[in-house]
Design a protein around this ligand. Structure first.
Ligand SMILES: C[S@@+](CC[C@H](N)C(=O)[O-])C[C@H]1O[C@@H](n2cnc3c(N)ncnc32)[C@H](O)[C@@H]1O
Length: 256
C-alpha cells in the first residue's frame, strides 16, 4: 500500500490486460476505437469545461510559450486540443510545438483539425509511445499531457521519460482528472460512475472505454503520491493545482 489510501500501482490496467505491454496495447486499441466520436463525446460529457482546462493549462506556461526558441511537446495529444491551446497561447512566438500520440486514428483527426483551422502556424504531429520517445535527452523546454498520462502502462517510467527529454530547468504540466471530496464529490461520483459510462457507451457505440474512464481515475495515484513520484523522477519542484473543485487538476514539475 502507498500509505495514502490506494494500493501502489504501476500504471493503467484496462480490463483483460495482464502486464504493461498488454495494457499499452489495450489502451491504444481503445482510443483508436472511439477516435471518430472522441471530440463530440468529450465536449458533451464534460459540458465543455475541458476547453477551459486546456486554456488554463496553456496560460500557466505562458512564460515558456512566449520564448521564440522554446520547444514544446504535448504528449498523448489525441485529437490535439491541448496542443492547439498551446499554439494559441504561443501565437507565432514559439519555434516548435509538437503533438505526440501512439494512436494513428487520433492523430489523423488532429491533422485534419489543424488543416481546417485558419491559424497559419500549425503544430507538428508524431506517432510515438510516451514510454519510449524518439527524441534526444534535454530536447524540450516544456512537456505537457492532458488526460493522457493516467493511461500510461507505467507511471514512473512515463515520468522518467518526460524528465529525460526535458532540458535542465525544463517544465512539465500533467493535466488529469481527480476525485473531488465532500458533497460536490458525492454528486460528481454519481455522474462520473453511473451516468457518464452509460451515455458514453450509448453514443460511441463501443462497450468498454467509458467504463474504463472512471475506473482509471479511481486507480490513479492521489495528488500526494503523484507528487512524490514526480520528485523521485527528478522534478526538484512539483505541485498540484485543483481545477473545478478538484474534478481535474494540473501537476506542474520543474527540473533543477
Ligand atoms: C483521453 S485521450 C486525451 C487526448 C487529448 N490530450 C485531450 O486532452 O483530449 C488520451 C490519449 O493518450 C494516448 N495515449 C495513451 N497512452 C499512450 C502512450 N503510451 N503513448 C502515446 N499516447 C498514448 C491515447 O492514444 C489517447 O489519444
Amino acid at each position: 500500500m502507498s500509505g495514502l489510501g490506494k494500493p501502489t500501482v504501476v500504471g493503467a490496467a484496462p480490463q483483460g490486460a495482464s502486464d504493461p505491454r498488454s495494457a499499452g496495447r489495450a489502451v491504444r486499441e481503445m482510443f483508436t476505437s472511439i477516435a471518430p466520436r472522441y471530440d463530440l463525446l468529450n465536449h458533451l460529457l464534460s459540458f465543455n469545461v475541458d476547453r477551459v482546462w486546456w486554456r488554463r493549462t496553456a496560460r500557466t506556461f505562458r512564460h515558456i510559450l512566449a520564448r521564440p526558441e522554446a520547444r514544446i511537446l504535448d504528449l498523448c495529444c489525441g485529437t490535439g486540443d491541448m496542443t492547439f491551446a498551446l499554439r494559441r497561447q504561443a501565437g507565432t512566438n514559439v519555434a516548435q510545438i509538437l503533438g505526440a500520440d501512439f494512436s494513428h486514428a487520433m492523430l489523423q483527426r488532429a491533422t485534419a483539425k489543424a488543416a481546417a483551422s485558419e491559424n497559419g502556424t500549425r503544430p507538428g504531429w508524431i506517432e510515438a509511445d510516451a514510454l519510449n520517445l524518439p527524441f534526444p535527452a534535454g530536447y524540450f523546454d516544456l512537456v505537457t499531457s492532458a488526460f493522457g498520462f493516467r493511461n500510461l502502462a507505467d507511471y514512473n517510467a512515463g515520468l522518467r521519460e518526460i524528465a529525460r527529454v526535458l532540458r535542465p530547468g525544463g517544465e512539465c504540466g500533467i493535466l488529469d482528472f481527480g476525485e473531488p471530496k465532500g458533497a460536490t464529490g458525492s454528486l460528481y461520483r454519481i455522474y462520473f460512475k453511473q451516468v457518464l459510462p452509460r451515455v458514453g457507451t450509448l453514443l460511441s457505440g463501443v462497450r468498454g472505454p467509458y467504463a474504463y474512464l472512471p475506473a482509471s481515475v479511481e486507480r490513479f495515484p492521489e495528488p500526494g503520491e503523484m507528487l512524490a513520484r514526480m520528485r523521485q523522477a527528478g522534478f526538484a519542484e512539483a505541485n498540484w493545482t485543483p481545477y473545478t473543485f478538484g474534478i481535474a487538476g494540473l501537476y506542474r514539475g520543474k527540473l533543477a
